[in-house]
Design a protein around this ligand. Structure first.
Ligand code: LHQ
Length: 290
């Protein structure tokens, strides 16, 4: 499947989306949102035990054609998201969002509701781990995109800029949800109000991202993670994602009950049986994601 603004592949259980507008540091255009909706919709449709949860995927589903499945087709068990060129994503393409349209101030909520909200929810509700590989600068909604991933690794030279402050805007596309939870409200307030560049090492020290690695090691480290998840007990990983997200809204009792409910489901999977058998037989487990 080929797209205008992203690169997409789905092989060996690993789906990869690379934002591909390097001349604009992969800033979001309307077309990119459309391409992302379609590609993530395909990954979702192919994922083992795919569920829609509370997310309604692509609005544009009329011409959605599921990928042709050959005999050796392996559904994606992990999604890797990265950027082409020297940037990860510079947020909204500002040349497409001039403040005045036909003499009237632009209503910025429209694109947030129509494009960014479904994008961020589609990643958070995807029943697969999403690895964000931050190869260079992430700014504005590009930071939101990175933090919507489950595991974020960044090159040492990468950075995060809450550019909203420089435009007189609030952080958006979920950033005010993710940031205080990841780094605490004190830091979240300061970095949001100042819009200063946060280096990848600092981001890792604060717990905003998982790891910061040498620039030359980024793609190998990302591949290692992707390979790990391509052979992991996929349903267990998906429900781990769900249960941790739910913990922000639940009290302790409700959270323990949710863990019990999800564990009941996982106790019936082939991967649980295989994990226990492999332990008892002192061998490596061969998980199938079922
Ligand atoms: C860009 C962009 C860009 C267009 C670099 N747009 N061209 C949601 C809903 C609705 C409306 C508003 O916003 C939002 C959410 C948001 O995301 S708001 C935040 C939008 N993003 C920004 O404000 C970041 C703007 N970019 C920058 O500040 C810099 O480009 C950074 C700090 C990211 C990188 O700086 P440099 O490394 O010095 O690169 P550069 O500035 O030279 O950029 C390279 C090219 O990319 C350049 O084009 P050119 O033709 O001059 O080579 C930039 O104009 C273009 N570019 N970001 N967001």
């Amino acid at each position: 499947m080929s797209y205008q603004t992203i690169l997409f592949s789905n092989e060996g259980g690993i789906a990869r989306i690379t934002l591909n507008r390097p001349e604009r540091l992969n800033a979001f255009s309307e077309q990119m949102h459309e391409d992302l909706r379609d590609a993530i919709g395909r990954v979702r449709a192919d994922a083992p035990a795919a569920k829609t949860a509370d997310f309604v995927p692509a609005a544009k589903t009329a011409d959605f054609v599921p990928a042709a499945k050959t005999a050796d087709f392996v559904p994606a068990r992990v999604l890797v998201l990265s950027g082409a060129g020297r940037g990860f994503c510079a947020g909204q393409d500002l040349s497409e969002r001039k403040p005045v349209v036909n003499g009237e101030p632009r209503d910025l909520s429209t694109t947030l509701e129509r494009n960014y909200k479904p994008l961020i929810l589609s990643l958070r509700t995807l029943d697969l781990p999403v690895i964000g590989v931050v190869n260079g600068v992430a700014a504005g909604a590009g930071v939101s995109l990175a933090l919507a991933c489950d595991i974020v690794i960044a090159a040492k030279s990468a950075s995060f800029i809450l550019a909203f402050a420089k435009l007189g805007l609030v952080p958006d596309a979920g950033l005010t949800y993710f940031l205080p939870r990841l780094i605490g409200p004190g830091r979240a307030r300061a970095v949001s109000m100042l819009g200063e560049r946060i280096g990848a090492e600092q981001a890792a020290q604060w717990g905003m991202i998982w790891r910061c690695v040498e620039d030359g090691d980024l793609s190998a480290e990302a591949d290692k993670l992707a390979q790990h998840f391509a052979q992991a007990p996929t349903r267990g990983v998906a429900l781990t994602k769900q249960v941790i997200d739910a913990s922000f809204d639940n009290g302790l009792g409700a959270q323990i009950s949710l863990e019990a409910k999800l564990q009941a489901e996982l106790g019936r999977t082939n991967d649980y049986k295989e994990g226990v058998a492999a332990f008892l037989e002192k061998r490596m487990a061969k998980f199938t994601g079922s």
